[in-house]
Design a protein around this ligand. Structure first.
Ligand SMILES: C[S@@+](CC[C@H](N)C(=O)[O-])C[C@H]1O[C@@H](n2cnc3c(N)ncnc32)[C@H](O)[C@@H]1O
Length: 137
């Protein structure tokens, strides 16, 4: 994806740069307009997450792949806990934000290039493919 088309990535980059906790606006071709996530959601620290998220991430172990990592909030938490984790996101801007925030293994990749869809046993293969296909510049 060209950076110029990457509205969500630009939103994350602007949020990182400004520190303003806003939400994205959604405007579709069918004129549907809505307010996106909670303000600042993609940059929430662990204590701000929903309880179900906090509970779910405690199950993370082994080879971890975060598909659609956004600004990397889950990856940063896993890294802090000393877990090995890789993230992919189709948005170059999102991956740039992850890297600027200190995420070690963030790759630009679209999950739909993987057929069939990822299952737990294929994670290393997906991580390897994402590394070899990454288009980030
Ligand atoms: C709603 S955001 C969630 C971000 C992050 N998981 C979080 O909870 O903060 C969804 C993310 O998925 C990414 N995404 C959407 N379609 C994708 C695809 N086909 N492959 C990889 N990432 C994708 C978007 O760029 C976006 O960063």
């Amino acid at each position: 994806m060209e950076k110029v088309e990457d509205a969500f990535g630009q939103f994350l980059l602007d949020t990182l740069e400004s520190g303003d906790r806003t939400a994205e606006l959604i405007e579709r071709e069918d004129n549907f307009i809505d307010h996106g996530s909670n303000n600042g959601l993609y940059f929430f620290d662990h204590e701000e997450w929903e309880p179900i998220e906090q509970q779910a991430i405690e199950s993370a172990q082994g080879n971890i792949l975060d598909i659609g990592c956004g600004a990397g909030r889950h990856l940063l938490y896993l890294q802090e806990k000393g877990l090995e984790a890789t993230a992919i996101d189709s948005s170059p801007g999102a991956v740039e934000v992850c890297r600027l925030r200190g995420v070690k293994n963030a790759l630009v990749s679209d999950v739909w290039i993987f057929r069939p869809m990822p299952i737990a046993t294929d994670l290393q293969e997906i991580i390897d493919q994402a590394k070899s296909k990454e288009k980030y510049d």
